[in-house]
Design a protein around this ligand. Structure first.
Ligand code: SF4
Length: 311
């Protein structure tokens, strides 16, 4: 008996990827999901959706390589700091390695032609296929009928007539299909990636300009608190108790933590990127911010501070 064809699917957990998986499974193809974590997105949505549809899921951490391409994308960025083409390319390269190692027949994705102007136009889809060295082995079930026939279709592992011809940004067809497959819950498109968030994007751009050599731990810090720069130092003020706790966990040797001894209020983390020790001027600036963001202490004259240098 002929064995079932096997596909490795780039699975974000969004509606398009859920539908792509369903369409392949409907024709008897065995599908395994593949998702990624980086400094800018996690696998929570993919895990949630995979569980709901009973899909096995591999999670790969690409943080280091991904940060390199975010700093220096070959194919440019979208509206904010999102280098979507480079990012997809990196994911496809991983998918190809897994395909070869674990003997999958092809790679599939939930991409829809022209759904995203930068990364899903025809030229971009072709470029991704070519640059990932997956030519002929990259199937996009939702738009396949608008694209060249792939090798699994030629070899009749996949029935082309059962694939779709969705194009553009309207999600009407996908919503109809979701009903057909009884998919009730799915996230909004493009959610979950911090690189598309304008506020986060501003912080990140500033960090890249001031500290080009910044690493993962500097990126994590961008996710919490209010951010200020004083010369080469970054001052991060916690916005609530939860963030205060997180800031204490994110400290690195050389950082300084500032809290008030006699009033409740924020925890402030100072990270100095300069060569010299944190100056008293920077510490005073951080103290002022700590006091300012405490409603109880803002106007008080008797505030005393606890200053902890992390070694
Ligand atoms: S939105 Fe984020 S995760 Fe998605 S392709 Fe773009 S950079 Fe990558």
């Amino acid at each position: 008996m002929r064995r079932k064809p096997r596909a490795i699917f780039l699975f974000s957990g969004g509606l398009d990827s859920i539908l792509g998986v369903k369409i392949l499974q409907e024709q008897g193809i065995q599908v395994a999901g593949l998702t990624f974590v980086s400094c800018f997105f996690d696998a929570s949505q993919a895990k949630k959706s995979a569980k709901e549809i009973g899909l096995s899921l591999k999670v790969v951490d690409i943080s280091d390589e991904h940060l390199k391409i975010v700093k220096n994308p070959r194919y440019g960025r979208g509206k904010v700091m999102n280098p979507c083409i480079d990012c997809h390319l990196l994911m496809l390269k991983y998918a190809k390695k897994i395909m070869q190692k674990e003997k999958f027949d092809f790679v599939a994705t939930g991409e829809v032609l022209e759904e995203r102007p930068m990364s899903q136009n025809k030229q971009a889809l072709l470029l991704l296929e070519k640059e990932s060295s997956l030519s002929g082995y990259l199937l996009r079930p939702l738009s396949a009928k608008l694209l060249e026939k792939t090798i699994p279709e030629e070899e009749e592992l996949v029935k082309r007539e059962k694939l779709l011809d969705i194009r553009g940004r309207s999600r009407k067809v996908q919503i109809k299909l979701a009903k057909k497959f009884k998919i009730k819950e799915y996230p909004s498109p493009a959610g979950g990636c911090l690189l598309t968030d304008p506020e986060f994007g501003k912080r990140l751009k500033e960090l890249f300009e001031k500290v080009p050599q910044c690493g993962k731990l500097d990126i994590y810090l961008l996710k919490y608190g209010r951010h200020f720069w004083r010369k080469k130092a970054k001052v991060v003020v916690g916005r609530n108790e939860k963030e205060n706790k997180v800031l204490k966990k994110l400290v690195q040797p050389g950082d300084v933590l500032i809290e008030m001894k006699n009033y409740s209020g924020p925890t402030t983390l100072v990270r100095n990127y300069g060569k010299r020790k944190c100056s008293s001027e920077i510490i005073d600036f951080a103290k002022q911010l700590t006091q300012y963001y405490s409603t109880k202490a803002r106007t008080k004259k008797d505030v005393s501070f606890k200053i902890t240098s992390i070694t």
